[in-house]
Design a protein around this ligand. Sequence first.
Ligand code: 1PZ
Length: 206
Amino acid sequence: VFWCLSVELSGAWHSVDFAGDERTEDAGGADVSVAPFSRACSLVSPLFGCLGIAFKFAEMDYVAKVNDLLEASKSINTLHTLIDLDVEGNCVRKAGSRTRNLLRVKRGLDMVRVLFEEILATGGNSLKDPASKAYAQVFAPHHGWAIRKAVAAGMYALPTRAQLLRKLNEDENSARIHMQSYITASTPLILYINGLFTSRDLGVDW
Ligand code: 1PZ
């Protein structure tokens, strides 16, 4: 799971077509294709299965949004075109818009990134602490009280770190390597997507 995820993410990123050398602003014509991007995002889903029933709701929401992007990839080539179409249609922030779904999915990638960073930085057998930190940093500011409470309760039902690795068929060393390559692969992509939003004055805090 980890391995495919990092490979596909860096694939989505390195398939970037450079007309110029501006990676984070898309000013130079760098493009990320919707198809490899959404395929890479769909590889996060198996992780949910390892987290237990409490995260079923998060999984359903995430998968629905990734599927919307997969569907969009049939008619839209690049992420920046996807956003521009919603800008033209005046529906960027509308519930269920593709741009809105992209922003949510980007947060999902970012949450996994912060989670892995926390796991690598802390050690110990707890998943609850790193997961709570990642959630607090990435999603909590955008979720209402009820969802935050439900997530906080769900954190107690997480497996331990050792249990998670066993389910993923990884040992401590292989997991460290894969988590690190996920961090390396996802960081530029996340920054790139943030750049797509900020360069159009769309903001990323909604
Ligand atoms: C060990 C890792 C623990 C994982 C904890 C995951 C916590 C996320 C819980 C989120 C519950 C989501 C409930 C639905 C929220 C929706 O209201 C929002 C806004 O959607 P919109 O109004 O635009 O339709 N959806 C989101 O914020 C996206 C949530 C995606 C969650 C992906 C988490 C990825 C982390 C995976 C970790 C393996």
